[in-house]
Design a protein around this ligand. Structure first.
Ligand code: COA
Length: 260
């Protein structure tokens, strides 16, 4: 697949997607959102891909937000369409992907950039990262899920303060808030994400898919997460991965999961 705004590379079951508009601090324009959707969909459909990492190119930014130049002239209807389309194509899409997605936050993650990181299944950051939702400083609110996912991750009070002040927090504060799972140097960021990915890859991709569904069910309105867990737990018993995982344990050998 040929992309203009991103790079996507797959090695040994790991797809790394790099948002590549460094002169615009990797701001998410319409074309980038569409390319990210296509790259993620292709990786998710590739049976050999077990984990996806999303990061930004350059040393300064993960993503400095939605591209302000694209929506500065929008009216109410266009504003709603922008948020709805973006959520559908990218943010909800990532959250509900079967393949685990890790955000490697390597600098500014602001507005749509932090919303992108929060839509990923979890986040790691470099020590120069700065995160925030500055939308109210532009006269708008986060529209790519930020008002929902930030309180889920850091609690309502902290989310209210961060959104109302349009402030930025550094990587260690984000770690302390539980917004990112680990902080390391810029050089060690991708190796750290790759190391976590390699641990995930040893496990059953079918069971991981079921776990993502069950965990996400807790955050879906009108859905009983415990019921989804029971259903997904049961489904696992019908898979070849379950047969292999339990047989390998009983035979005291390492499992070789077929991923089915
Ligand atoms: N949308 C469009 N362009 C953006 C952008 C965004 N969200 N963020 C940065 N850019 C562009 C700048 O316009 C500039 O382009 P130019 O060189 O053609 O003028 C380039 O990226 C570099 O940014 P610059 O502001 O010069 O870098 P800086 O180091 O001085 O400041 C930031 C870095 C992140 C603090 C600053 O770019 C910023 O505040 N960006 C907007 C963040 C934001 O409000 N995001 C939420 C959007 S909803």
């Amino acid at each position: 697949m040929n992309f203009e705004n991103i790079q996507s590379q797959t090695d040994n079951g790991l797809t790394t997607i790099t948002i590549n508009r460094p002169t615009k601090l990797n701001a998410l324009n319409k074309a980038t959102i569409s390319e990210l959707h296509d790259a993620l969909e292709a990786a998710d459909q590739d049976k050999n891909v077990k984990v996806i990492i999303i990061t930004g190119s350059g040393e300064k930014a993960f993503v400095a937000g939605a591209d302000i130049s694209e929506f500065a002239h929008f009216d109410v209807k266009n504003g709603q369409k922008l948020a709805a389309k973006g959520q559908e194509l990218l943010f909800d899409f990532i959250e509900n992907l079967s393949t685990p997605v890790i955000a490697a936050v390597n600098g500014f993650a602001l507005g749509g950039g932090l919303e992108l990181a929060m839509a990923c299944h979890f986040r790691v950051a470099s020590d120069n990262a700065k995160m925030g939702l500055p939308e109210v400083s532009l006269g708008v609110i986060p529209g790519y899920g930020g008002t929902q996912r930030l309180p889920q991750l850091v609690g309502k009070g902290r989310a209210m303060e961060l959104i109302m002040t349009a402030g930025m927090i550094d990587a260690n504060t984000a770690l302390n808030y539980g917004l990112v799972n680990h902080v390391t140097t810029q050089e060690e960021l991708l190796p750290l994400a790759q190391n976590i990915a390699s641990k995930i890859m040893r496990n059953s991709s079918v069971a991981i898919k079921a776990a993502i569904k069950a965990i996400n069910a807790n955050y879906k309105e009108g859905v009983n997460g415990y019921h989804v867990e029971v259903e997904q737990f049961g489904e696992c018993f019908g898979t070849d991965d379950f047969k292999e995982g339990t047989s390998a344990f009983l035979q005291k050998r390492e499992a070789d999961f077929p991923g089915e």
